[in-house]
Design a protein around this ligand. Structure first.
Ligand SMILES: [Zn+2]
Length: 282
C-alpha cells in the first residue's frame, strides 16, 4: 500500500534538557517505519512547553521537504485581547495561503466551549480546516472537558462545518463508559466498559474524528485489545494513525498493535492513510 500518514508529529526544541527533534531525525524515523507523510503541529501555548515551535517555523521546515511534511498552523486563543469576538479568519487565512492545512494541536488550559476557543472553530470551519485537541482534565495544560465530553458536544452541534480531532488522556479515557475524573487525568487500566462517550459521539457527529497518537491512544487500545478492534471496525472512517513523538524518540508501537488486530485491508488502509488523505485534501 501507499505509505502511512502520521497526522500528529512535532519538531523543534520544546522541553528544556531534551535534544531538539530535527527534520533529519524525523525523516529517518519516517523512512524506518514506512511513513510517507507527517503532519507537523506547532506548539504555541505557554502552559505546555519551555519553548515554542511556531507556525512560521513549521512552514519553513516543511517547505524544505514539501513531499513529506505538511504544516498545520497554531494560535493562542487568548491573543489580541480576544473577548470572544476576535475574528481569527484573516490571520489563519494567511497561514492557509502559505500552505497550512489545519490548526492545532490545542494545549491551552481552557474549556472546549470557551468563547475564545469558539472563535477558532468558526474560522477553521470557514477555511475547511480540522482542529486538533489534546484533551486533559484536572491538569494545568490541555483543553478541558469533563466526564461525558459535554462541552465538546456543544461545539460539535454549534460548528457542524468544523472537523474536530480528539486526542489526549481526557479523550481516550472516555472510551470506557465507567470513566472517572481520575481516569481522565491519567492512563486507566483494565477492560473497557462498552458505551463510552467517544464511541457515542464518533457515531453521532460526522464532524468528529480522532487520532491514535501518544501514550494515551496506545493505552486505550492496549487495556482491552478485543474491544479496541471492535472500536476500530465501528469507526473505521474516523480514526487516523499518529505518533506524537515529543521528547522521547520511541518507536511507534501503535503500528504493531494495529497490525496485530488483523483488520480487513480496507479498514487498515483507512486508518493508516485514507482518512487522513481525505481530511487533508491530499
Ligand atoms: Zn502532540
Amino acid at each position: 500500500m501507499d505509505g502511512i500518514i502520521d497526522v500528529h508529529a512535532h519538531l523543534g526544541k520544546v522541553i528544556y534538557g531534551y535534544p531538539p527533534l530535527t527534520v533529519e531525525k524525523l525523516l529517518s524515523f519516517m523512512d524506518a517505519h514506512d511513513i510517507e507523510w507527517s503532519v507537523i503541529l506547532p506548539l504555541v501555548h505557554p502552559e505546555e512547553e519551555d519553548y515554542y515551535y511556531t507556525t512560521e517555523q513549521a512552514l519553513a521546515d516543511c517547505a524544505l521537504h514539501a513531499d513529506r511534511l505538511i504544516p498545520f498552523a497554531n494560535i493562542d486563543p487568548r491573543r489580541s485581547s480576544n473577548d470572544g469576538a476576535y475574528d481569527f479568519c484573516p490571520v489563519l487565512k494567511e497561514y492557509a495561503d502559505q500552505g497550512c492545512r489545519g490548526c492545532g494541536e490545542f494545549l491551552c488550559n481552557l474549556p472546549t466551549n470557551d468563547a475564545r476557543m469558539k472563535g477558532i472553530y468558526r474560522a477553521c470551519g470557514q477555511l475547511g480546516w480540522p482542529v486538533v485537541f489534546d484533551f486533559r482534565w484536572q491538569r494545568t495544560s490541555g483543553v478541558l472537558d469533563p466526564v461525558g465530553m459535554p462541552w465538546l458536544e456543544e461545539c460539535l452541534l454549534e460548528f457542524p462545518e468544523t472537523v474536530f480531532v480528539g486526542h489526549g488522556p481526557a479523550w481516550w479515557a472516555e472510551i470506557s463508559a465507567d470513566v472517572t475524573d481520575e481516569d481522565k487525568s491519567g492512563y486507566p487500566e483494565g477492560p473497557v466498559a462498552p458505551g463510552g462517550s467517544i464511541d457515542r459521539l464518533l457515531g453521532q457527529y460526522p464532524n468528529l474524528h480522532a487520532d491514535l497518537s501518544a501514550g494515551s491512544g496506545l493505552n486505550a487500545f492496549r487495556r482491552d485489545v478485543a474491544y479496541a478492534r471492535e472500536f476500530v471496525l465501528k469507526h473505521a472512517g474516523k480514526l487516523m494513525f499518529g505518533t506524537d513523538r515529543f521528547v522521547r524518540e520511541e518507536d511507534p508501537e501503535m503500528i504493531r498493535v494495529l497490525r496485530e488486530m488483523a483488520l480487513p485491508a480496507d479498514v487498515e488502509y483507512a486508518v493508516f492513510r485514507g482518512n487522513a488523505e481525505r481530511m487533508l485534501g491530499l
